[in-house]
Ligand binder design. Sequence first.
Ligand SMILES: NC(=O)c1ccc[n+]([C@@H]2O[C@H](COP(=O)([O-])OP(=O)(O)OC[C@H]3O[C@@H](n4cnc5c(N)ncnc54)[C@H](OP(=O)(O)O)[C@@H]3O)[C@@H](O)[C@H]2O)c1
Length: 323
Amino acid sequence: MSGEGKVVCVTGASGYIASWLVKQLLQLGYTVKATVRDPNDPKKTEHLLALDGAKERLHFFKASLLEEGSFDFAVDGCDGVFHTASPVLLFSNVSQADVVDPALKGTLNVLRSCAKVPSIRRVILTSSIAAVSFNGKPLTPDVMVDETWFSDPDFCEKSKLWYMLGKTLAEEAAWKFSEENRINMVAINPAMVIGPLLQPTLNASVKPVLNLVEGVKIPCETYRWVDVRDVAKAHILAFENPTACGRYCLVERVANHFGIFKILRGIYPDLNPPEEYTEEKASEPTYRVSKERAQSLGITYIPLEVSLKDTVESLKEKNFINA
Ligand SMILES: NC(=O)c1ccc[n+]([C@@H]2O[C@H](COP(=O)([O-])OP(=O)(O)OC[C@H]3O[C@@H](n4cnc5c(N)ncnc54)[C@H](OP(=O)(O)O)[C@@H]3O)[C@@H](O)[C@H]2O)c1
């Protein structure tokens, strides 16, 4: 097993993506130091404690993004750090401070702890496509978004895209800090993440799938989609592959909500489409996002159809949907 004898830290370990990351790391034999804000909350720990290998190799640490030095103990003695903790408030009415401060100040707080630990070989930052494609350029069908793109903080601020602003400022600051402090960092920039849930609570990026299945009206917006299992795997590949560097966008497909709904109805024929969705909208051409660098890392994407089916089955299993 590739992780035997190695110790890594995962921040925000009870979250949707991080839970899959912890699961895959334990499967590979890693010892995982998992940070959570409240280690006494069973909703945050029980699903992780139930994972294979957890009893022997999973250790919890209490840490909060806005508490200076909070991550010192968790990263001490580690070979690698996966910084995934950050509030994901995509659709709620939130203030700038709710998301930007924990994303930006929290990332620097974690990196400052990492800079004190010479054994850390690499830090993997969970950034986002939110830090890539929000620059005001029109996303027309001839456009190919790739890792050279950076979202524009001014554009995000003017458009009140606080989550995008937070992720952009956090990634920018992380590159600057890691260069100045000789930290070897790789950024992972996933699209909207779906797929089965390990945690008992509903996370933000799976909610649109639940809404579409339940017939809740949501605007027919276009998003990029990727499976949570591929996102976790990419984090580990980016840590293990010595030649991995820079950023990796993770996007299996670009599709609008009606496109997603049509795939879902192919699997579950009884679903009713939200009234205002039109056929023309479903077949509207979209821009593309380059898959080249993700493929070079060793990612062969789980098809969107499989991710959607597995998301719905998981939502049923956890009683978010009546079976
Ligand atoms: N889901 C997506 O579609 C998507 C796409 C691209 C990038 N990402 C990025 O992936 C990461 C994880 O996202 P997710 O979807 O897995 O979200 P999630 O399930 O909501 O998990 C977020 C995690 O961040 C932690 N967190 C939030 N505020 C914190 C604070 N002030 N101090 C310490 N921890 C804090 C939460 O801790 P508690 O458990 O204590 O609340 C939770 O564990 C984030 O960095 C997000 O920006 C997500």
